[in-house]
Design a protein around this ligand. Structure first.
Ligand code: SAM
Length: 348
């Protein structure tokens, strides 16, 4: 998924650095879960995973990918729908996705507000209708008790993972593009997600992680906080609204959710970020704390070092990374070389 700070492409390097520094364990707290890519990576390596994020759509992904520990069979739903798959070897999730791809479009909140019908160009009219139809159908199945909690989170995650492939945005949802991106005019086709399972009891939360640090005990705390002033909730408001489907009050040209007070992160301000970092370093129940940051982050390096070194031995590992940056309307992209940083703190 396109998501600011997504570590998917850096995980190999991060793991290599961890291994070279002898960092290992059995439990891992992904303190700023986002897309859940980090949690999934360590879940595959059989760690017990804890994860949390302020964003609700991240929580849905966490339930599907991190907590869920088996392929869902959708027994009730498959029986109810009496669906036959056109593919002989389809799995239950593939069958349901195939069914959802065939239901007719429906008017709903997304069509009314985020397509040209509502004066906004986030989705084509056809795709707006499709998103509403799929989202409403998933909710109806939940209300009719035809899907379990886990199955519900898996289906919602299929939609959350599919939508970015058809959104007419340059990566973030704070604005839509003025011209249609070729991606956005293709007919939306729901994609099944691939599940990861392990033998641990994994837990996830939709909460301010700083409120959890003294409640969760894990060998490794991995911190990947926002690194600039931009709050995540407004930048990903549409994924939130599709996940919650709560008909929120919205405002302005871009249709932002009016109320996201509870989702404001203190890591988007240098002074409060340093204070929160210190709380985690001081009160967290971990053996090793790893902070992922970069040389453009708002917390200055010397302040991070001075805080962390109060609580144990620290080491800073750095590596170069090329980031592709789009301009505001996504019409041009340029390469930018940045230094990714891992601050490793071994607790006293
Ligand atoms: C840099 S992103 C994490 C990216 C993630 N590692 C990935 O690979 O997708 C930062 C995340 O932290 C979340 N966040 C910010 N402040 C938070 C807090 N106090 N508690 C929980 N989550 C927070 C944001 O919503 C965002 O999803």
């Amino acid at each position: 998924m396109r998501f600011i700070g997504n570590k998917e492409n850096l995980l190999g390097k991060i793991y290599q650095i961890m291994t070279a520094n002898g960092i290992c364990g059995q439990s891992f707290f992904d303190v700023f879960a986002g897309t859940t890519n980090v949690g999934r990576f360590f879940k595959k390596r059989n760690y017990q995973i804890f994860s949390s994020d302020l964003l609700y759509f991240s929580y849905v992904l966490q339930k599907a990918y991190i907590v869920n520990n088996q392929e869902q069979i959708f027994e009730k739903l498959v029986q109810h729908l009496k669906i036959q798959s056109s593919f002989l070897f389809s799995t239950p999730i593939q069958k349901i996705v195939e069914f959802l791809n065939q239901i007719p479009g429906k008017h709903g909140f997304i069509y009314k507000n985020y397509t040209p019908i509502g004066g906004r160009m986030y989705f084509s009219e056809e795709n707006g209708l499709r998103i509403d139809a799929i989202r409403q159908q998933i909710e109806d199945w939940k209300n009719e008790n035809l899907v379990s909690e886990n199955e519900y989170s898996v289906l919602l995650s299929c939609l959350i993972e599919t939508v970015p492939f058809y959104a007419n945005v340059a990566g973030i949802y704070a604005a839509f593009q003025k011209k249609w991106d070729p991606r956005a005019v293709k007919k939306l086709t729901l994609r099944p997600i691939e599940l990861v399972t392990n033998s641990s009891e994994n837990q996830c939360f939709n909460s301010n992680s700083v409120d959890l640090i003294d409640k969760i005990e894990a060998d490794i705390f991995y911190l990947d906080p926002p690194y600039n002033q931009r709050q995540y909730a407004p930048n990903y408001h549409l994924l939130e609204t599709i996940a919650k489907y709560d008909n929120p009050d919205i405002k302005g040209i871009t249709g932002l959710r009016v109320n996201y007070k509870e989702q404001k992160s203190k890591f988007c301000n240098a002074t409060t970020a340093l204070r929160e970092l210190e709380k985690i370093a001081q009160l967290g129940k971990y053996k090793t704390l790893i902070l992922s940051y970069n040389n453009e982050g708002i917390m200055p390096q010397h302040e991070i070092v001075s805080i962390l070194s109060k609580y144990g031995e620290i080491k800073l590992e750095e590596f170069d990374y090329t980031r592709f940056k789009s301009n505001n309307n996504g019409e041009s992209k340029h390469k930018k070389q940045i230094k990714e940083q891992l601050y490793i703190l071994q607790k006293k």
